[in-house]
Design a protein around this ligand. Structure first.
Ligand code: KIV
Length: 263
């Protein structure tokens, strides 16, 4: 796979070329994902659930994300590797800069932060200091206890607020946006309104990219399986073939299907 940069993804968006993204946490899986041409890998704080067995992502630390980032960039040197900033690691602009530097030193090419308007100064500060930022709107799992559970966001009038925040985050310098668990029509409107690439999870088929948690596509997540995910291993038989099927279905617009989508 050629080296993937934010310019590569911006070009994919202009060309209408849909791309796949996966979470990754170690060098071996990251190597398989890169070999199967997954251009974007995220060291998600979902590792608090899928690696550590927790019920939420709140216990994950910057040190843990940095550790897994070092492994992922070793296994996938050409992917655009995004490191999640854990809960409370960006509660102030100063903390955000300090902790983002730690993750960039670990090899990340971008950091991801969950939230809207309260992050505008932080996004501006990071971008001005040469840290590319991926914003994350919709269902933001670090806010699970405020949201009262893992629920679809942005239905009805709340959708306009998410669209407005997405535009302001882009104006503040965000180079990418993850949209999680929002109605398909809202995700389409946001993807069309933004110049930056938008990656959806539970956001319907119209975003520029699709991301899933690797354990979900391999059917090894314990407990609750989200409606928006799909087990590719049981229809293919090998990990490489499962990843390849995911990449191809995204590229051809076959994933997500209606059954993975919120209205
Ligand atoms: O933590 C994570 O894995 C994520 C993705 C689900 C987008 O934020």
């Amino acid at each position: 796979m050629d080296n993937i940069t934010i310019s590569t993804l911006a070009r994919y968006k202009r060309e209408g070329r849909k791309f796949a993204a996966l979470t990754a946490y170690d060098a071996s899986f990251a190597g398989v994902f890169e070999a199967e041409n997954v251009p974007v890998l995220l060291i998600g704080d979902s590792l608090g659930m899928v690696l550590q067995g927790g019920t939420d992502t709140l216990k994950v630390t910057v040190e843990q994300i940095a550790y897994h980032t070092r492994s992922v960039v070793t296994g996938a040197p050409n992917a655009l590797v995004i490191a999640d900033m854990p809960f409370m690691s960006y509660d102030t602009v100063e903390h955000a800069c300090h902790n983002a530097a730690e993750l960039m030193r670990a090899g990340a090419k971008m950091v991801k932060l969950e939230g809207g308007d309260w992050l505008l100064d932080t996004v501006r500060a990071l971008t001005q200091r040469s840290v590319p930022v991926c914003a994350h709107l919709g269902l933001t799992p670090q806010s699970v206890h405020v949201m009262g559970g893992y629920k679809v966001q942005g239905r009805g009038e709340a959708g306009q607020a998410i669209l407005d925040q997405a535009l302001r985050l882009q104006a503040a310098g965000a180079a990418m946006l993850v949209l999680e668990c929002v109605p398909q029509d809202l995700a389409k409107a946001i993807t069309e309104a933004l110049a930056i690439p938008v990656i959806g999870i539970g956001a319907g088929k119209d975003t520029d990219g699709q991301i899933l948690v690797m354990h979900d596509i391999l059917g090894i997540s314990s407990g609750y399986i989200p409606k928006f995910s799909k087990n590719y291993l049981n229809q293919t038989g090998t990990i490489a073939a499962a990843v390849q099927a995911f990449v191809e279905e995204v590229a051809h617009g076959d994933f997500p299907a209606a059954e993975h989508t919120f209205g």
